[in-house]
Every structure is written in structure tokens, then in C-alpha cells.
Design a protein around this ligand. Structure first.
Ligand SMILES: *Cc1c(COP(=O)(O)O)cnc(C)c1O
Length: 497
């Protein structure tokens, strides 16, 4: 069963948690118990493929789904050639202790596909178990990658509608092209004047407004969420850490039972939280290294215990991490406070009233033993892309580069040379201009597709067909609205008023 981070009396099934997205009290759904993954079970998974591993791990969290249902969801998401790597999320050795897990071989070339390819399958099954034949309405606030991945996941899925809001100046040119050319009869896309946090707060307000909920109900509809606060997003992310570990055992990089570290470029704290869940299940993970860009609110929090969003917001070259409110952190606070819903509700109320909160000393102590944290700015990010390419012949995107840089600093400062999985969260071709300028600034000219060709020619790395194919698609969504008009846009898209 699942409960809410802000109200321990809540008890819902996995299907209800996934169908509802967020708890009525504003809290996030968390499992009342984290299921165990024993070393014996892990050993069984070493010989399996990604789908086999996914069924085993997800079944533990979806006990109200039959194993057959879980297997159908998994093959619908990761089968059928949707991922361009037969390993789905392959692990590549970078140097003596750094291993890159490429999480971007899906349809939109970002790690969000790992969860958003399976979420529609989970959600439609969850909905039929809970709300019957109501139409599911998905609202998404995106800093770029979630929006496109959600649109691709939900496009033309029967009985669903999806509407995506993105900050008009907060996404890369390629991300924008991906979204404004989106196909499908049940999709809508709108740019807003503001940053990602504005988009996210706007969506959260509409989502939790009882009047809006009533209006939808009267029209046979119900909101659900594809943002990383939905448990159906988080659970599938736990799988790839288990898979990375199994691959490293297969490759002989580690022996079953050895500890590894995990380093994750972090924004909303979903990806690294999934690694934490994997660790709590029993996957031998030592340090969780949280990497941030110039928006380093998490770096400060994880070392001081004070979360303070009252600071300048930077639009960086790793825009999917340009976030000052990391929603999924709430789940970690709930667990580390021993399930103290009142305390968590208090922190979150402080955050919304004053923009900050400070956790108790015992929570901070747990945090510092579990996590390491670091950050780097755009100049360091570019320098890292350049040096990783010239020294190791590996081309990484801007987000991955933040993690590589933070990991290098962690390794130098601590001497910890345990094998470490660095989550690579996007194809370098999603952020072509920045990556190209890091490889050779003299090559930066022309529009997006031209630069993608230049980058491919200069490095010998192929641009994914998912991106080259956009050039011939028509622009369908070019609207930019005020954030105060988001509600109107939702109603217009749904055809209600
Ligand atoms: C979403 C995203 C991140 C941040 O992941 P969180 O789960 O929000 O911490 C990092 N890199 C890329 C490319 C992303 O799309």
C-alpha cells in the first residue's frame, strides 16, 4: 500500500497512487514499506535482459497488478524496437572507475523516456482498476525533456488527453522543435512567459483546485500527472539502477555484492531518488552523488540541511536541471524523518510561505552519510565536454557533463575509487549548440539541423534519427501565453468552460 507524505492516515493501492498522481492533501504517494531485493534475487537478474529485470523490480511495487499486466506494460514500453540499443540502457566504461549509463536511447533521446514510455501503460491499466472509463487528462510542466517524452508516450493513447506547458525561453532549440512539431490527436503544447518553476506551480495549482476537479468530473474527465511526482514515473527509474549493477557484474567490472557509487545530474530529484530507493531495497550502492548546475540549491541543502530557494535563478546550458524547487525531495524527507507526516507538511508549508526550511539535525546526519553533492557552472560544463571528448573520445551532453565534473571532483577530494555509475540523461544532439561549442567553438554556425550535421561530422558520432527526422515535420503549436492564462488554456484544450 501507499500513503501520503503529508498524511499518514492515507492508504491507497499502487493503481490509485498512479491514477491520482498526487494525494488530495498535496503530499506525494510513497510506499508504506520499501520492498527488499535480496542478493539471491539480484543474482537471478544478472542473466536477464532489461525487460526481465523490469518485470521483477516493478512487480514488487505493483502488487495489485498481475505479473502478466506488469509484463505487458514492460514489453509495450521497452519492446518493439522503441529503444535504439538492444540493452535499453547500456553501460559504457569511461575510465578506471567511471561507468556511464546511457539512459537516452528511447524515442525522444532523453532519460525521461525510461519512465514515460511505460507510464501510459501503467496509467491506463491503473485507471481502469480505479476510475472506470473516465477520460484521463495529463497536465505536464516541463523544463524540456519531460514534455516531449510525455507527448510521445501518450500520443493517441485511447481515453487520454495531454497538455504540456514549457517556459518559452527555458528549453533548447532542439527541445522546442520536438514539442512544437508533436503529432497526435489528443495532444496540446503551450509555451508560457516565465521559468520552469512558474510552469510547475501553475500546473500544481490547477491540478489541486477542487472547483476544477468538479468541472472535469462533470465532463467525465479526471486529472492525472505525468510529472516526476507520479509514482508511476519513479518506480520504472529504480529498474535501471538495478540493471546497471547487473550489467557491471556481467562485464566483470564488479563482483556480485560489491558496492558501487551512483552519480546523477539532478533537477527535480526524481532520478537520484530512484537510486536511493534501489539502495534501500538492497542494491549494493554506497554514495549517492548529487550533481547540480549553477542552480545549486540541492548542493547547499545536502551539506547544510537548509533548503533555500530565495536565490537568483540561472538559465544554464543544462536547462533540464534549472530548477529551484525539487519536488521529489519531499519523499526523501518523509522517509528520513521516519514517516513524520506533520514534520514534512511543516517543511513544505515553510517552503511555500518563506521559500526555505531547515531540517532537524538527525535528518541532516542521515543525509550527509547517504549523499555527496557538488555543482558546476556553464564554463566548467563546457570544459568537461571538451576534455572528455578529447581525452576519452566520449561525447556527452551538457547534463551528463555536470555529473562527470562533479564526480571527478568527488573522486579527487575523497580518494573513493569504487566503480561509479554516472547517469547520462540526454543525447548530446539534444543540446547541439552547447556541445558543438565545447568541442570546437569555431564550428558553431547555422541553424539547429545544420549544427547537428556539423557535430556528427566533427566527432564521428551519429545524430539519432529521432532528431534528424524533425526537419521535415510541420509546426503545429506556436502559442506563447501568460502564466495567468494557463487555466484558460487547459479548458480550451478540453473543450469545457
Ligand atoms: C529531467 C532531466 C534531468 C533531471 O532529472 P530529475 O529527475 O528531475 O532530477 C537531468 N538531465 C536531463 C537531460 C533531464 O531531462
Amino acid at each position: 500500500m501507499y500513503t501520503s507524505t503529508r498524511d499518514n492516515s492515507v492508504r491507497v493501492t499502487a493503481a490509485q497512487a498512479i491514477a491520482n498522481g498526487i494525494s488530495k492533501d498535496g503530499g506525494l504517494f510513497v510506499p508504506t514499506q520499501i520492498p527488499a531485493l535480496t542478493l539471491d534475487e539480484l543474482k537471478q537478474l544478472v542473466g536477464k535482459d532489461y525487460q526481465g529485470r523490469a518485470v521483477a523490480v516493478l512487480s514488487k511495487y505493483l502488487s495489485d497488478f498481475s505479473e502478466q499486466e506488469v509484463a505487458e506494460c514492460v514489453s509495450g514500453a521497452y519492446g518493439g524496437g522503441k529503444f535504439s540499443s538492444d540493452k535499453t540502457a547500456p553501460v559504457v566504461k569511461l575510465d578506471s572507475s567511471a561507468y556511464i549509463q546511457e539512459l537516452w536511447h528511447g524515442p525522444t533521446c532523453a532519460f525521461k523516456d525510461m519512465a514515460l514510455q511505460i507510464l501510459p501503460h501503467l496509467l491506463t491499466r491503473a485507471a481502469s482498476k480505479t476510475v472506470g472509463d473516465k477520460q484521463i487528462v495529463i497536465l505536464v510542466a516541463t523544463s524540456g525533456d519531460t514534455g516531449k517524452a510525455a507527448l510521445e508516450g501518450f500520443k493517441d493513447v485511447p481515453n487520454t488527453k495531454i497538455l504540456v506547458f514549457y517556459p518559452s525561453d527555458g528549453v533548447s532549440a532542439m527541445q522546442k522543435l520536438q514539442m512544437i512539431t508533436q503529432e497526435g490527436d489528443n495532444v496540446g503544447v503551450s509555451a508560457i512567459k516565465g521559468n520552469f518553476d512558474d510552469a510547475q506551480s501553475g500546473v500544481k495549482t490547477i491540478f489541486t483546485d477542487p472547483d476544477v476537479a468538479k468541472l472535469l468530473e462533470d465532463n467525465g474527465m479526471q486529472f492525472s500527472s505525468a510529472n516526476s511526482i507520479n509514482w508511476g514515473r519513479l518506480a520504472p527509474q529504480i529498474v535501471y539502477y538495478v540493471s546497471a549493477y547487473c550489467d557491471m557484474v556481467e562485464q566483470g567490472a564488479i563482483t556480485l555484492g560489491d558496492k558501487i557509487n551512483v552519480c546523477v545530474p539532478t533537477g527535480n530529484f526524481g532520478n537520484i531518488l530512484a537510486a536511493y530507493y534501489a539502495k534501500e531495497m538492497g542494491l549494493p550502492i554506497d554514495k549517492l552523488i548529487c550533481a547540480s548546475n549553477a542552480n545549486n540549491v540541492l548542493t547547499d541543502f545536502l551539506s547544510t540541511g537548509t533548503y533555500d530557494r530565495n536565490r537568483d535563478f540561472y538559465a544554464t546550458i543544462s536547462p533540464s536541471m534549472d530548477i529551484l524547487i525539487s519536488s521529489n525531495l519531499e519523499r526523501l524527507l518523509y522517509i528520513l524523518s521516519g514517516g513524520d507526516d506533520k514534520k514534512v507538511a511543516g517543511y513544505m508549508s515553510d517552503l511555500s510561505k518563506t521559500g526555505k526550511y531547515t531540517v532537524d539535525a538527525d535528518i541532516l546526519e542521515k543525509i550527509t552519510s547517504l549523499f555527496a553533492a557538488g555543482c558546476c557552472d556553464d564554463a566548467e560544463t563546457k570544459a568537461t565536454i571538451g576534455s572528455v571528448y578529447s581525452d576519452k573520445k566520449y561525447l556527452c551532453d551538457t547534463h551528463t557533463a555536470v555529473a562527470v565534473k562533479v564526480y571527478d571532483e568527488y573522486r579527487a577530494a575523497t580518494g573513493d575509487s569504487k566503480p561509479t555509475v554516472i547517469a547520462s540523461t540526454a543525447s548530446p544532439f539534444k543540446f547541439t549548440a552547447s556541445v558543438l561549442s565545447a568541442v570546437d567553438a569555431s564550428l558553431v554556425k547555422g541553424e539547429e539541423y545544420e549544427m547537428a550535421k556539423t557535430l556528427a561530422d566533427a566527432t564521428g558520432v551519429e545524430c539519432p534519427v529521432q532528431l534528424t527526422g524533425l526537419e521535415n515535420k510541420a509546426v503545429r503549436f506556436s502559442e506563447v501565453i501568460d502564466k495567468s492564462d494557463m487555466r484558460k488554456a487547459v479548458f480550451a484544450m478540453l473543450g469545457i468552460n
